[in-house]
Design a protein around this ligand. Sequence first.
Ligand SMILES: [Zn+2]
Length: 80
Amino acid sequence: MSNMEKIPSGIRLRTCRACGRKFEYPIKGGGATRHHCGDCVDVPADVRKLAERLSTRVQDLEMEVKRLKEKPPGPGGLPS
Ligand SMILES: [Zn+2]
């Protein structure tokens, strides 16, 4: 079964919630947390919150772009 969270000393690739960067966690001496990379951990909490919000929007937009690329709008134009 999947016990991925329980592997001791297992380093996993995580995505930073604030900047979207992939980072390895845990890293010895790195200040990263489960949800934030080493860079964003040092950012003030309110700024980080803002970054998280923007990051979420970027992810939404990326998904939308991907969707549109896979399925371009037909000749009928936008649905009303
Ligand atoms: Zn980050």
